[in-house]
Design a protein around this ligand. Structure first.
Ligand code: MEV
Length: 444
């Protein structure tokens, strides 16, 4: 009898977990078991590394690692590693990078690299008395955390500021300690969270010694970093004279292209529906590099979307100007990334991705990631305002459908030629394949 719930699952061996799973959730347990096993790495040590990243692992879930060459960022050439399941993304990034390689490349600038954490606490005493002691509290907490911050301080990072925020007008008694830190080349989540918890632990004693007249203890609700890091900010841009943009498909000249491109970027500034898709395209590029380098794409995305809504309305993350005959296209985005510690040093292919990029520091990785997001957006908008997106997409889509139908090279070529000027769909392709397969002379 099927048993779809279980207690003590995590304590089963990997084989035990697989056995329970396939017997209770699949129609053909033996086949599924073999398939799951086929995605495990032959090298047991390497498999152990992957298993260590997560819990209840039963197999691996491979995604392609591609590369986009010809990225010239601040005059340095890069071949950018990208992990994505979406067809056309790598090709689009590579194509835009090549376009701008011939026009001076991509420029970038890191504006700041400050990360943030918060201790959220309740305190019902005299808020102005507390505010008057903000500096003393900050100095006390900085010295209390010395043990934790020692090695980060030695690396030139550490706590940059601690401030007190009074939010009692929104929730009675609600205060925050906001801790800003420079975590150098590490993403810094562990560092910040350790500092926050140390500060939180020190709060009650500090209150009792420094505001004894109130005789009220603070209640810490939680201590956690914020993934919104508006001061961990990077800018990437491209520019060239409009006349150098060249000619586009369907005979579109450079001035007309620049005007249409500018308008498309403006639309994403105006309309949140378009902005969401516009930004999704940017994250197609950003996430792919973030994943390839084993950084946290959920953190980067969450932050980017909050940044996109910082004016109170959700907007596109890029801007475009066409002034005095110069076309300029820019992305400004907070990116909290790391190039040391965490999975960046544990995942064998992330290590290779970073090596491919010349083992960059975190700031340089911010620049490369922003450049990739910008190129992705350039490519998407270039297609959208010229030929439309489907032409390129459908080529890859056709390729994937041909894989599904196990087409030979010869059949793939015939299908590609046949659908060159037609709309391709799976039923149409299947019909075409049946037709050519039934027309093929019998083999053997
Ligand atoms: C598809 O994954 C991304 C695009 O829709 C982005 C855009 O519309 O700008 C092509």
């Amino acid at each position: 009898m099927e048993q779809k719930t279980i207690s003590g699952f995590s304590k089963l061996s990997k084989l035990g977990k697989i056995k329970w799973l396939v017997e209770n959730f699949f129609k053909d347990p033996e086949t599924v078991k073999r398939e799951l096993a086929s995605y495990l790495l032959a090298n047991e040590d390497q498999q152990k590394i992957l298993d260590g990243f997560s819990e209840n692992t039963i197999s691996n879930y491979p995604l392609p690692l591609g590369v986009a060459p010809n990225f010239l960022v601040n005059d340095i050439p890069y071949c950018v590693p990208m992990v994505t399941e979406e067809s056309s993304v790598v090709a689009a990034a590579a194509s835009a990078a090549k376009f701008w390689l011939d026009r001076g490349g991509i420029k970038t600038k890191v504006i700041d690299t400050i990360k943030v954490g918060q201790v959220h606490f309740l305190w019902y005493g005299d808020a102005s008395l507390l505010a008057s002691k903000e500096n003393a509290l900050a100095s006390h907490l900085i010295s209390t955390c010395k043990e934790i911050t020692k090695s980060m301080d030695e690396r030139g990072g550490g706590i940059r500021n601690i401030s007190l925020v009074n939010l009692c007008d929104r929730e009675p008694g609600y205060f925050q300690l906001v801790i800003e830190a420079d975590t150098r080349d590490s993403m810094g989540a562990n560092f910040i969270n350790s500092v926050l918890e140390c500060c939180a632990d020190a709060l009650p004693k500090w209150f009792s010694e420094n505001i004894p007249e109130e005789d009220i203890a603070p209640e810490v609700i939680m201590s956690i970093l914020s993934n919104y890091t508006p001061n961990c900010l990077v800018k990437a841009w491209v520019e060239c004279p409009v006349t150098e943009l060249g000619e586009f498909d369907d005979g579109l000249g450079p001035e007309e292209f620049a005007r249409r491109f500018y308008t498309a970027v403006r639309i994403a500034q105006i309309d949140p529906y378009r902005a969401t898709t516009h930004n999704k395209g940017i994250f197609n590029g950003i996430d792919a590099v973030i994943i390839a380098t084993a950084n946290d794409f959920r953190a980067v995305e969450a932050c980017g979307h909050t940044w996109a809504a910082r004016s109170g309305r959700y907007k596109g993350l890029t801007t475009c100007t066409v002034d005095n005959g110069i076309f300029r296209f820019e992305l400004e985005i907070p990116l909290a990334v790391g190039t040391v510690g965490g999975l960046t040093t544990l995942h064998p292919l992330a290590k290779r991705s970073l090596e491919m990029l010349g083992n960059p520091d975190a700031s340089t990785l911010m620049e490369i990631v922003a450049a990739t997001g910008l190129m992705q957006n350039f490519s998407a908008i270039r297609s959208l305002v010229t030929t439309g997106i489907q032409k390129g997409h459908m080529k890859m889509h056709l390729h994937n459908m041909l894989l599904r139908l196990e087409a030979t090279e010869e059949e793939s070529q015939m299908a590609t030629d046949y659908f060159a000027d037609k709309t391709v769909s799976f039923p149409e392709l299947r019909k075409f394949m049946q037709m050519i397969r039934s027309a093929e002379p019998a083999k053997g």
